[in-house]
Write a protein that binds this ligand. Structure first.
Ligand SMILES: Nc1ncnc2c1ncn2[C@@H]1O[C@H](COP(=O)(O)OP(=O)(O)OP(=O)(O)O)[C@@H](O)[C@H]1O
Ligand SMILES: [Mg+2]
Length: 248
């Protein structure tokens, strides 16, 4: 398989407003974006620029006020109930604040998303493999509260990958990790993309992470203020230098 087996994402004129106190805030303001199947896109921008909100809209966790999100041939913003639930099951989502189920062990947290589905080949085996891949072999029986923030984040990543998603939305997946562990998580994601095909949209504040993506989209006040292709054949050191000169 190749990288083109990931999902294609098309966002058109997307708007999401919030009412915080008396002042309305446009968290996502007329964003249009096309993401090629199999690409890895870094979503950057200062705190409050709309990264999480955009990910939530693409993942159908929040509803848009206007505009559309289309993933492959499905207009996600038009889905209702059962179809929406099916869509959410098909994608992988890593939340900024993990959202692990506190009463379940690490292993059960990873297996949880596929439990409603019948006929899967050995979910326990796959969950163990993923936990091993994120460096948590041996912690299967721990509870989330017994893990550090970075370890909980890695459980959340394993959980998001459990259903073999064609689209992974990850909100600062390496934000609570030291740079070595963060780099290893990105290695894992890029390797999965290369071997199985996956489109990845990830919010990040880190240059070292953004520099390894195919494209950098920077938000400012809910709008796209920069969109840079990082795949034009430069060596990784050049790309890192280039990203160093960009504002994140
Ligand atoms: N549920 C909500 N209610 C009210 N305002 C919200 C809500 N969620 C987000 N906002 C506002 O929308 C704007 C964008 O927030 P968002 O969380 O998307 O930013 P972000 O880029 O992810 O920031 P960070 O880097 O801090 O995670 C901010 O002004 C935020 O205060
Ligand atoms: Mg955020």
């Amino acid at each position: 398989m190749d990288a083109t087996t990931g999902s294609t994402v098309r966002v058109t004129g997307l708007v999401r407003r919030f009412r915080a106190g008396t002042e309305p805030i446009t968290a996502v303001d007329e964003v249009s974006l096309e993401i090629a199947a199999g690409s890895v896109v870094a979503l950057t921008g200062p705190s409050g620029s709309g990264k999480s909100t955009l990910l939530h809209l693409v993942g159908a966790i929040e509803q848009a006020d206007s505009g559309t999100v289309t993933v492959d041939d499905v207009e996600v913003t038009a889905l209702r109930r059962a179809a929406l639930a099916r869509y959410r099951q098909r994608i992988g989502f890593v939340f900024q604040r993990y959202h692990l189920l506190p009463a379940l062990t690490v292993l059960d947290n990873v297996i949880a998303p596929v439990l409603p589905r019948r006929g899967r080949v050995d979910p326990v085996g796959r969950a163990r493999e993923l936990l091993d891949a994120v460096g948590l072999a041996g912690r299967e029986r721990s509870l989330p509260t017994q893990l550090s923030g970075g370890q909980q984040q890695r459980v959340a990543i394993a959980r998001a990958l459990m259903g073999e998603p064609r689209l992974l939305l990850a909100d600062e997946p390496t934000g609570n990790l030291d740079s070595t562990t963060g780099g290893q998580i990105l290695d894992l994601l890029l390797d999965l993309r290369d071997r199985h095909g996956m489109t990845i949209l990830l919010a990040t504040h880190e240059r070292a992470i953004a520099a390894r993506c195919d494209r950098l989209v920077r938000l400012g006040d809910g709008r796209i203020v920069e969109d840079v292709d990082l795949t034009d054949g430069e060596d990784p050191a050049d790309t890192y230098d280039r990203v160093s000169r960009l504002r994140l």
